[in-house]
Design a protein around this ligand. Structure first.
Ligand code: V0V
Ligand code: CO
Length: 146
């Protein structure tokens, strides 16, 4: 069951400048940064709020580490902006299977590693009315389930 907005992914050309915009304009501070080589991103997570299911909601600022990555290709075509939305769930495997059964393309056979040790998968934007959609099980939820 999808229980929250886990994050909104925002593609940017310069992570440091974008982080500074969110800090100076809104007062949002960086909660976590990391490089995910598999996904080709350097990212900053800005925590917006805790949620009632024990998770949280974030903005995920994404700078590509290479031009041929998903975010690099998207930026070259569209410029900066909202790249994807991510729903939080305690069971990314089960929810991905359910959604696959409904005829929506799930991009990975098995969830991959996401931010902060989470497990993630993506739904094809062409099957989701133009929205690249991610499903996330946070690391704490994974540990609690197994
Ligand atoms: C592409 N399209 C999009 C889109 N990206 N539409 C909406 N939102 C997006 N973000 C459209 C694009 O305009 C094309 O439409 C069509 O899909 C095919 O796109 P393409 O440019 O030819 O690119 P593809 O097919 O090579 O790749 C698109 C997909 C790719 C979605 C398959 O971006 C992908 O695998 N994304 C999942 C991984 C990812 O995004 N990682 C970065 C975030 P037209 O022009 O044909 O109409 S990493 C992350 O979020 C992490 C680590 C985390 O949360 O923890
Ligand atoms: Co994401």
């Amino acid at each position: 069951m999808l229980t929250r907005i886990d994050h909104i992914g925002i593609a940017c050309f310069d992570l440091d400048k974008t982080v500074e915009f969110y800090r100076a304009t809104y007062g949002f501070e960086v909660f976590h940064t990391e490089v995910n080589e598999e996904q080709g991103v350097r990212e900053a997570m800005l925590k917006i709020n805790e949620t009632s299911d024990g998770g949280a909601s974030y903005l995920q600022l994404l700078e590509p580490t290479r031009e041929d990555s998903a975010v690099g290709k998207w930026l070259a075509k569209n410029g900066e902006g909202v790249h994807h939305i991510a729903f939080g769930t305690a069971d990314v495997d089960g929810d991905a299977d359910d959604i696959r059964q409904k005829g929506v393309r799930v991009l990975y056979d098995q969830p991959r590693t996401g931010s902060m040790g989470s497990r993630i998968t993506f739904l094809h934007p062409k099957d989701c009315h133009g929205v690249l959609t991610e499903l996330v099980t946070a690391a704490e939820a994974t540990a609690a389930d197994h």
